[in-house]
Design a protein. Structure first.
Length: 452
């Protein structure tokens, strides 16, 4: 048994080393400084001279992205895509170690020897499972979330700050995981043959609750939120909100620059609540036109009920995924369950197997889930540009987002990996809107003075 544990531990270590070594080349390619890969600046005169043809105008915008910037982001994105596979493989290795060495069964037995209440046993196992897997996968998390982000100039945190946030996140995950796993196994034990359908419904409900809780309880643990100072930006955003039925009374600013260089915003809330939140990178690095374009996009998600639609769609996806997970897990348990010390599907010690099968099915479903997400992003883009009426601002933001998204990925790559439209697609959409809406963009003639 000890040899088996040592072998699995060595496998996990070798896997992490292989990931780091295998992805070092993209990191080296990405070490070009942000200054060397910065966008070529543009002014009002440049925008006024843009061709009327949308394709030509798009080409002019994209020509401002230097070759060094494109090489840098291509290396970054290729590594991110590879990490999806490596992360899945590392998760399988951890699950295999927990199952085949008997760790999972012994953890269950140890909890049962000390705790009487069945529900509490399940919750404790769930929390410990989250903590154990998080610790085992910590090297990969450090590589992908800290060292790699710094190598590409995307992170502003020192290691101590990053590690502190990881510890907070791990604690939150342990609590949320304990509750989620408790509920999951309650469903499995209640409906052993149809748990996957009921589980999808429960997951949708729990997702809704998390959307309510996270902005109030979880997000403030990582960033400071404060009302945006009165001024042109705040007034413009609140005007857009009032005009489009977003019931927000204020605009919040949060200090994302303590963690990252990325610009972002969100308009969140369900059941009649709404909060408009802008990160300080957006406020520091963009113009009013760009801020309006970004916020209009985020309002689109809210007004078009994308939160509710996404919950329903993912519920349907989880039904299909859950059925596959059920069938595969039952087959594996029938063959290896007794050898691993598992008592069947209702045994919480089977959780590593469930997690491994679920992650595998979800990895295969990546093109489906990503295309569902991208369709909502396209809808929000169209909504936002109609609300903000800032096509050039929208195009400028699309170029800034190309710091970590490929400017024009191959069609197959976009289909499999992209959750958002590319810079090319977004700039072209903005330039087409601009070409078709010149009347809306033309300054209104001054009102004639009345004569008496």
């Amino acid at each position: 048994m000890k040899r088996g544990i040592a072998a699995w531990g060595l496998l996990v270590v070798c896997l992490v080393v292989a990931v780091v070594v295998g992805l070092m080349a993209p990191i080296e390619a990405g070490k070009a400084s942000r200054q060397a890969a910065a966008l070529v600046p543009a002014d009002a005169a440049w925008r006024a001279a843009l061709p009327a043809d949308p394709e030509a105008a798009t080409a002019a915008y994209l020509a401002r992205v230097p070759q060094a910037a494109q090489e840098r982001v291509n290396a970054y994105v290729d590594g991110e895509n590879a990490l999806q596979f490596w992360g899945w493989l590392a998760g399988l290795a951890v699950a295999g170690m927990l199952l085949t060495t008997g760790w999972s069964a012994r953890l269950r037995d140890g909890i049962e020897a000390r705790v009487r209440a069945g529900w509490l046993r399940t919750a404790i196992y769930g929390a410990l499972y989250v903590l154990i897997t998080s610790v085992l996968l910590a090297p990969l998390a450090a590589y992908s979330g800290f060292f790699r982000e710094h190598a590409f100039g995307m992170s502003n945190q020192n290691f101590a700050g990053w590690a502190q946030e990881q510890a907070i996140g791990m604690a939150i995950s342990a609590v949320v995981g304990a509750v989620a796993i408790l509920v999951l196994y309650a469903v499995i034990r209640r409906a052993q043959h149809s748990w996957w359908a009921w589980g999808a419904a429960v997951a949708t409900v729990m997702g809704s609750l998390l959307l309510l809780i996270a902005p109030v309880v979880i997000d403030p643990l990582f960033n400071d939120y404060k009302p945006l100072a009165a001024g042109e930006v705040r007034d413009s955003i609140l005007s857009m909100a009032r005009a489009n039925g977003v019931p927000a009374k204020d605009v919040l600013e949060f200090d994302a620059s303590r963690q990252t260089q990325r610009i972002s915003a969100n308009v969140s809330g369900i059941f009649g609540s709404a909060a408009i939140r802008l990160n300080d990178n957006l406020l520091k690095r963009t113009s009013l036109a760009e801020i309006r374009a970004v916020t209009g996009h985020e309002m689109g998600h809210y007004v078009l009920n994308h939160i509710y639609k996404a919950l329903i769609i993912m519920g349907v996806v989880f039904v299909a995924v859950g059925l596959l997970v059920h069938l595969i897990t039952q087959a594996v348990l029938a063959r290896y369950g007794a050898r691993w010390g598992l008592r069947g599907l209702t045994d919480v010690a089977s959780l590593p197997l469930l997690a491994a099968v679920f992650s595998t099915v979800m990895l295969l479903a990546t093109p489906v889930t990503n295309n569902l997400t991208r369709s909502q992003e396209i809808e929000a883009d169209i909504f936002g540009i109609n609300v903000a009426r800032e096509p050039d601002g929208f195009a400028e933001v699309a170029l800034k987002l190309s710091e970590y998204r490929k400017v024009k990925p191959a069609a197959w790559e976009a289909f499999i990996f992209n959750t958002h439209p590319s810079a090319y697609d977004r700039v072209l959409m903005a330039m087409r809107w601009k070409a078709e809406n010149q009347a809306l963009l033309a300054p209104r003639p001054a009102a004639a003075a009345s004569s008496e």
